[in-house]
Design a protein around this ligand. Structure first.
Ligand code: UDX
Ligand code: UDX
Length: 469
């Protein structure tokens, strides 16, 4: 037996993941940790990403991930750029490449851009020398699996591929706990003997640590649509509470009181009811737009309009925030120094994809304000996001230094550190009148007001020192 064969046989299964992003990287780290009997390899077309995965500085920040990767990398978890070899060696291939919203052609701004997925399917087909199970980890439009099957089977070799849908429900910042203790794992396949056999092989992976009653198997179309529906429902809750926040600001009601009161109704529940400057992240908007596109495709305009309104309210919330700043600061922001507390789309991640902070920064720059951006993890991404903008921007990690001489602070991300700062000291260092716009409602507004700030929360009465309020 040659050495390569012996190494291959050391493990019960060879699992490959194509795409080493947030989803692929975190999921494979947890699978490898929970299943030492499997060899897990992550490949990516981006060699920098792979170098980072093999270094001390992982390409993504996710609490708990470093520890796992460092403890098993080189044992049963490997990162490589050799996609072809990875495909040949693996029995099960997870695909976790990005599927952003299309920016061109038919369905631009709505439909999913499937070019990477399709290229990946062709790559698998061309390199495979034996039967494979292909597991789609992404959020894809319903019936994508069918298209994948067609590409994979469009050759005259007799290699058999089973396409399985196993959408990911992890949220960034809590990815490791979401993966180790999931509410449910969803695995869909064709309901043919071969499809069901392949599905069971994927179930077997998760059974290593997930209780069986939390592993749901289903047909592939329901599985794909469940993922879109889950994200649409979650985003809908945020848009619903954000819509109420606008009404609260007009009527002096308090949106937190409302969220608390309705959340205690078990039928509603208390999660995802935090009013905010708007939701961001790589999935919510993309998935809802996908759903809208799908509904329009099937002539269901009313249904499409219903879901599209979730995105409209989200845009409205961001616009309201800017308008409020402009209006409050005497209708001009020209040369005013505005310090953004946070740039990530949520706390505990360095990810800024679709972060409301991007849109708000651009609008503030259009008003000719000067921006000082601070964030404990996301400054590098912020620089990339605002790379093509004109205007004055500084990036400063220390929030005290960042806010010095500023006219206003706008909280964009609910980082815990912002609740623990010495606001007396910050107030002393700022221009007066000093304003705080709390886009996440995380600060002690009464205390800030007593210090001297003019405070503008989301969905709560403003606390202003101006007589003409
Ligand atoms: C991605 C998708 O965006 C999401 O819709 C899906 O639910 C799961 O996978 P994420 O892991 O957050 O989510 O994306 P990203 O961090 O962009 O990672 C994708 C990786 O795939 C990148 O590292 C990219 O280099 C890689 N890739 C992309 C390939 O390896 N091959 C390709 O052809 C395209
Ligand atoms: C989401 C889904 O939660 C996850 O299941 C799916 O797989 C991918 O998309 P993620 O985008 O990582 O995960 O973050 P999530 O915690 O859902 O937050 C999304 C956005 O909503 C963030 O900008 C967050 O700040 C915002 N949000 C969340 C609110 O504004 N209010 C809330 O009450 C909750």
């Amino acid at each position: 037996m040659n050495r390569e064969k012996r190494n291959k046989n050391k493990f019960e299964k060879n699992i490959l993941c194509i795409g080493g992003g947030y989803v692929g990287g975190s999921t494979m780290a947890v699978i490898a940790q929970k299943c030492p009997q499997y060899k897990v390899t992550v490949v990516d077309i981006n060699p920098n990403r792979i170098n980072q995965w093999n270094s001390d500085n992982l390409p993504i920040y996710e609490p708990g991930l470093d520890k796992i990767v460092h403890s098993i990398r080189g044992k049963n978890l490997f990162f490589s750029t050799d996609i072809e070899k990875g495909i040949k060696d693996a029995e099960i291939i997870f695909v976790s490449v990005n599927t952003p919203t299309k920016t061109f052609g038919a369905g631009a701004g709505m439909a999913a851009d499937l070019q990477y997925w399709e290229k990946t399917a062709r790559q698998i087909r061309d390199a495979a020398e034996s039967n494979k199970i292909i597991v789609d980890k992404g959020t894809l439009p319903v019936k994508t699996a069918l298209a994948m099957e067609r590409i994979l089977t469009a050759t005259d070799n007799d290699i058999h591929f089973d396409v399985i849908s196993n959408p990911e429900f992890l949220a960034e910042g809590t990815a490791i706990s979401d993966l180790t203790n999931p509410d449910r794992v969803l695995i869909g396949s064709r309901e043919t003997p071969s499809g069901i056999k392949a599905r069971n092989e994927v179930v077997d992976i998760y059974k290593n640590w997930v209780p069986e009653d939390r592993i749901i198997t289903s047909d592939i179309w329901s599985t794909e649509l469940s993922k879109l529906t889950a994200n649409a429902f979650l985003a809908q809750r945020i848009s619903s509470i954000n819509a109420m926040s606008a009404l609260c600001e007009k009527t002096d009601a308090n949106v937190n009181e409302i969220a608390h009161a309705i959340g205690m109704d078990h039928r509603i529940g208390d999660k995802f009811l935090n009013a905010s400057v708007g939701f961001g992240g790589s999935c919510f908007q993309k998935d809802i737009l996908n759903l809208v596109y799908l509904c329009r495709h099937y002539g269901l305009d009313e249904v499409a309009n219903y879901w599209q309104s979730i995105v409209r309210i989200n845009d409205y919330q961001k616009d309201r925030f800017i308008f409020n700043m402009l209006h409050t600061m005497f209708n001009t922001l020209v040369d005013k120094k505005i310090c953004l507390f946070g740039f990530a789309f949520k706390a505990d991640t360095g990810d800024t994809r679709e972060s409301p902070a991007i849109y708000i920064s651009k609008k503030l720059l259009e008003e000719k304000a000067e921006l000082i951006i601070t964030d404990p993890r996301a400054l590098e991404n912020a620089k990339i996001d605002l790379n093509d903008t004109d205007g004055k921007i500084r990036y400063i990690e220390d929030p005290y230094k960042a806010s010095t001489d500023c006219d206003a602070i706008a909280v964009m991300t609910e980082w815990d550190i912002y609740t623990k700062l010495d606001y007396e000291k910050i107030y002393q260092s700022m221009s007066k009148p000093a304003f705080i716009f709390d886009g996440r409602d995380i600060l002690d507004h009464k205390k800030l007001f007593e210090i001297g700030f003019n405070v503008f929360p989301i969905g709560k009465p403003k606390l202003s020192h101006f007589k003409d309020k």
